[in-house]
Design a binder for this molecule. Structure first.
Ligand code: ASP
Length: 325
């Protein structure tokens, strides 16, 4: 059995490419890298790769990670600027014995030496989003720029992959929170929080408010639960519900938490504490499909396939011009 699962609708085109590799008995490392690169290259994704929304200094700083579930090799970059495909750099770093997670200038120096493609990731469209947001915030609250809070809009592409030989991988890529502080690192490049893969137990990835996801090391928790025999769906629901409850109990509120998981048999699951979380699945037996997930009052999640109308509206919204751009 082979398969892939990814967070948000934006994963779809990448997953279609990844599946082509898996179908031909390709490996889970190549499939996941190609899939995430595809998402990074699409200029209309507002929070991954080229065209993603900048930090409060109008710079696009990106986080990405890669994990090999056979060897437990991990590579990650954080707060990296001006490189086209952070996930590829993360994967390259995963082969290093030490220095396998690099940040900011250190990551950029490494990427440059290794010949990765440099690219100005800030698009005119992203600048317009930024300017619009500044106007809204200043208009609404008279808040000076230095005191602006990160906008709550965010999304990480997190993917998990199982190949025909039973190897599992996990990878993430994001520009993190829009208007974040320079140097802010979210959960996505952190092993155990934004992602985890163990070919013997399964793999998981998270998206949502990084600061809260880190409090629960949530991806590792899901993999641990699968290791104890839970189905990925049960493991995701249990992990989301527990963290959501704990955060509310101890801190009065919980940020957005959404998870996807897959086990070595290609069974998958997803859970969320938000309304209508989209995710994408493909397996040997199932064509690439976008689902929308909702949590019911009893804590279980239900999902349904996204309608054609939903898919069309999504693309229209995503590509709608902002001031003509
Ligand atoms: N978890 C990411 C971060 O906090 C954002 C997201 O997944 O939506 O950087």
């Amino acid at each position: 059995m082979w398969g892939m699962i990814g967070t948000w609708r934006m994963a779809l085109e990448g997953i279609i490419e990844g599946a082509k590799i898996l179908e031909k008995k390709g490996n889970a490392g190549d499939a996941i890298e190609i899939a995430i690169r595809q998402v990074e290259d699409f200029p209309y994704n507002k929070s991954v790769g080229y065209g993603s929304l900048p930090n409060e200094e109008m710079e696009v700083e990106m986080d990405a990670a890669y994990m090999d579930g056979d060897t437990l090799d991990i590579g990650a970059v954080a707060a990296i600027k001006d490189f086209a495909n952070p996930v590829a750099i993360a994967r390259r770093l995963s082969r290093e014995k030490v220095n396998s997670m690099l940040v900011a200038e250190g990551a950029e120096k490494f990427a440059h030496k290794e010949g990765f493609e440099r690219k100005n990731m800030l698009t005119d469209r992203a600048k317009l989003h930024y300017q619009k947001r500044v106007k809204e915030l200043v208009g609404q609250t008279q808040t000076p720029l230095q005191e602006m809070k990160p906008y709550s809009g965010h999304d990480t592409v997190g993917m998990l992959c199982l190949d025909i030989k039973g190897k599992m991988t996990a990878a993430t890529s994001t520009s993190g929170l829009f208007m974040k502080k320079k140097g802010r690192v979210g959960d996505s490049p952190l092993s155990g929080s934004g992602f985890y893969a163990d070919s013997q137990k399964g793999a998981a990835s998270a998206t949502g408010l990084g600061e809260d996801l880190m409090r629960g090391c949530i991806s590792y928790e899901v993999v641990r639960l699968m290791g104890q025999g839970l189905h990925p769906q049960q493991a995701c629901e249990m992990a989301v519900n527990c963290l959501d409850k704990e955060l509310k109990k101890r801190r009065g509120e919980a940020g957005d938490i959404s998870l996807v998981a897959m086990n070595p048999q290609g069974e998958w699951g997803a859970a969320t504490n938000i309304e209508g979380f989209p995710f994408v699945v493909v397996t040997e037996e199932q064509k690439p499909t976008v689902y929308l997930l909702t949590r019911k009052e009893d804590g279980h999640c239900t999902y349904e396939e996204a309608s054609e109308k939903w898919m069309k509206d999504y693309m229209q919204r995503r590509m709608a011009p902002i001031n003509g751009v």
